[in-house]
Design a protein around this ligand. Structure first.
Ligand code: THU
Length: 131
């Protein structure tokens, strides 16, 4: 799937966000080496801190669906902002599922075009249990 197509899927998922508190919709679409694509949106909670981000929701869904191949692309979209960067917790989750280099994070740039980044670019000094 092209980066544009994946961003479109993320935009669709963002419409389903449950975000009555922040009113900040986020959608994520993630593609695996198998070709499978999963989506997620942010789901907030009255106990604010236990809400979940769109990206981690999508990765959790993929795991629950039994996905075993390599996570290759993560597209993130919000109708509320351009350049919807992933939060720090989501970046750490990308590290968990990045098997070797090559995973790309895609966000929409200021001109509405996909911009692509590596995990290393977004989280250069990551936490590692076994360094
Ligand atoms: N949010 C995401 O879904 N992904 C991120 O990477 C950053 C933030 C959500 C969490 C919350 O529901 C809303 O955006 C405002 O912080």
């Amino acid at each position: 799937m092209t980066n544009e197509e994946l961003l479109k899927k993320a935009a669709e998922a963002a419409k389903n966000a449950y975000c009555p508190y922040s009113k900040f919709n986020v959608g994520a679409a993630i593609e695996y080496e198998s070709g499978n694509v999963y989506v997620g949106c942010n789901v907030e909670n009255g106990s604010y801190t236990v809400g979940i981000c769109a990206e981690r929701n999508a990765m959790s869904t993929a795991i629950a669906m039994g996905e075993k191949s390599r996570l290759m692309k993560v597209a993130i979209y919000s109708p509320n902002t351009k350049l919807c960067w992933p939060c720090g917790a989501c970046r750490q989750w990308f590290c968990e599922f990045e098997q070797g280099q090559g995973m790309k994070i895609i966000v929409e740039d200021k001109d509405g075009k996909p911009a692509e980044f590596t995990v290393d670019e977004l989280i250069p000094h990551r936490f590692e249990l076994i360094p």
